[in-house]
Design a protein around this ligand. Structure first.
Ligand code: ZN
Length: 459
């Protein structure tokens, strides 16, 4: 790739105003000012990259991919309503093919928006076949997927978890796919035992729903018992006590923020703890969480967390207190690339453009009408770019998007799969849907999930 603006996110290579990237097979062979000599053996395909910015593929630290045949259905939902609609509603009726349909549309949308690695927090694995179905979607999309498996939060299930994780690990671990143990609200056994199980199996651990005082007390206990470590990532981390943040720092765990879900859906205090993380010397990662209520892309996450931190800082200054330093556009790009890679267990493989890393690369058109002329490459990526400017996407050296078009996908087939699955599930729930969303739903079906939520709050 010749003559691009390169933002490597690598501390040695840094940025190049006009740089080349040499890909060999699935990996990056070299990044430098002029690699004509290195590529001069007549074997290299040269791609002219004038007017393009190259960045490492974006990393989504957590998304619930199974839900996304219902994208944007409930954009005004709060947390109880979200829980009731998903875990207490559609989730109960999912068949393996519905898991597949939801995951497939998610993965294609992710690639389209420049996300090359994603942690799929799959908390509707009612049977082993439900898990197997999402791996089919990963394979078809060709995305780098971290499968974080958790039981469904409500309703009947095969009670095969966590034991089935060893089968998933042995069957599906590959160059593009890895497996983690995911912990959410429903716990067949205490978190301490689940952590022990995961470590015995060589699996890393991701906690979702880390929010509010009950979670804070649990994390404090896990920290005090020495059970937190660099193989643990927590998502949200809203409303944690300072003693918990100190445990997070001491144990070198990963903290993945979900800025838009905290703010729009109203999780715990409703504020992503960006400043708290920075105060404790923790560099967070970012995540999309739920497309049923939120935007699909990581540009939204970068802008949201930047705006939130600056708003908080400015409010302190206005009140005459000492404001913290503003996060920069480069900071949030770091959160969405290399920090994300670290927190989903792929820090050695992806997250920056450097020799030896996998060739997960995104080319952004810097001279589209919304970005020209190019005055600041970092600003163009974080503030200017959108999915439409994501021109080319490589994952492990394979072209997945070329000149603005996703490759190898029959969109008519994908749309009809998603619509059929959505209509089946909505009918099972007794919902009335139209193009303006969910018009009517029975109230009785949500008792069970509210039970879980109450139990959780008391805990
Ligand atoms: Zn989540």
């Amino acid at each position: 790739l010749q003559g691009a603006v390169v933002i490597s996110m690598d501390p040695e290579i840094k940025d190049l105003a006009a740089g080349d990237v040499l890909i060999e097979g699935s990996t990056i062979k070299a990044v430098g000012r002029d690699l004509s000599a290195a590529a001069g053996d007549g074997q290299a395909v040269r791609i002219e990259m004038g007017g393009m910015i190259l960045i490492p593929g974006l990393v989504d630290g957590h998304r619930h991919c199974w839900q996304n045949q219902f994208r944007r259905l409930i954009v005004d939902a709060d947390l109880p309503s979200y829980m009731a609609t998903t875990h207490g509603g559609i989730a109960l009726h999912y068949r393996p093919e519905d898991m597949y349909a939801g995951d497939l549309v998610t993965m294609l949308g992710a690639i389209d928006s420049g996300v090359t690695s994603i942690l799929d927090f799959s908390h509707n694995t009612r049977t082993p076949a439900h898990s197997d179905a999402v791996f089919k979607a990963y394979g078809e999309a060709g995305i780098r997927a971290v499968h974080a498996s958790a039981p469904p939060n409500a309703g009947a299930w095969a009670e095969h978890w966590p034991e089935d994780l060893t089968r998933l690990r042995d069957r599906f671990t590959s160059a593009l796919t890895s497996v983690r143990l995911a912990i959410d609200f429903r716990r067949p056994r205490p978190a301490s035992e689940l952590i022990k199980f995961a470590r015995e199996q060589g699996l890393s651990i991701t906690f979702d729903g880390v929010l509010g005082p009950a979670s804070s007390r649990e994390m404090e206990e896990l920290g005090r018992d020495g059970l937190l470590g660099p193989d643990v990532t927590v998502i949200h981390a809203t409303d944690m006590a300072d003693v918990v943040w100190q445990h997070f720092k001491d144990a070198a765990i990963g903290v993945t923020l979900a800025p838009t879900s905290d703010e729009q859906i109203g999780l715990s205090g409703g504020t992503p703890p960006i400043q708290k993380a920075l105060d404790f010397g923790i560099r967070p990662s970012l995540s999309v969480d739920v497309e049923i209520s939120l935007a699909t892309d990581m540009f939204s996450q970068m802008r949201c967390v930047l705006a939130t931190q600056r708003m908080q800082s400015a409010a302190l200054r206005y009140r005459g207190e000492t404001p913290p330093t503003w996060v920069t556009n480069r900071d949030v790009l770091e959160f969405a690339t290399i920090q994300g890679a670290r927190h989903i267990g792929l820090g050695q493989k992806v997250g920056s453009l450097a020799p030896g890393k996998e060739a997960d690369i995104v080319a952004i058109r810097a001279e589209d009408v919304n970005n020209l002329p190019l005055n600041n490459a970092i600003g163009t990526v974080v503030q200017g770019a959108d999915t439409k400017n994501v021109d080319i996407v490589w994952i492990a050296g394979e072209l997945k998007k070329w000149r603005g078009t996703i490759l190898g996908v029959d969109l008519d087939r994908v749309r009809s799969l998603a619509e059929q699955s959505r209509d089946y599930l909505a009918a099972k729930c007794g919902w009335e849907l139209d193009v303006f969303g969910l018009q009517r739903r029975p109230e009785t079906q949500y008792d069970e999930v509210h039970g879980y939520l109450e139990q959780r709050q008391k805990a």
